[in-house]
Design a protein around this ligand. Sequence first.
Ligand code: GAR
Length: 207
Amino acid sequence: MNTSKNPCVLAVLVSGNGSNLQVFIDKIESGELNAHIACVISNNPDAFALSRATRHNIPVVVHENRGFKGRREYDAALVKILNDYGVELVVLAGFMRILSDVMVSAFPNAIMNIHPALLPSFPGLHAQQQALEYGVKFSGCTAHFVDCGTDTGPIILQAVVPVEPCDTEEILSARIQVEEHRLFPEAVRLYIDGRIVVEGRLVRIQS
Ligand code: GAR
């Protein structure tokens, strides 16, 4: 938790486009978020998110999946990178890997993820398509702390969007992303302001 006036040191972990990363960059540059992105880390060397970071002079690290014996070994190397950058809060912005206990215990209640569904419904991959196939009338997004499960950690904030009869995965994803771009920085802001209390799997927001 960062309750001082110093900018909270973030790492943003990505695998793809990086539209959520871009929102964080913009909000930090405009002074809306008292944070500093120490590094952007991607497991995918081709992630467009890396170009977004470089354009803003943010250090990038490509930490590929291959070459590690398993999840725990990969994560141990990841923890070292994060510690070398002095990271306080790890932001998973479309980082398509499950974290092991090695990462989760190194950053207890200090890893946040955004998921494109109303958890605990539709965890894992293709959450928007899962929602469409199930036939729900509302979906949305969830900002949550990360534990060792697949999208199972304590829920910080959620936002709801309607599912329309003609929606495709792309259309629903775009509608959800509008809310992600509002919700995720808000969850990080609450963390930075020291307003989040985690009790078991319950998250209380202090006023
Ligand atoms: C976001 O929609 C995010 O919710 C999703 O990946 C997308 C990344 O978009 N994450 C997951 O599905 C994690 N389970 P972005 O690269 O444009 O920020």
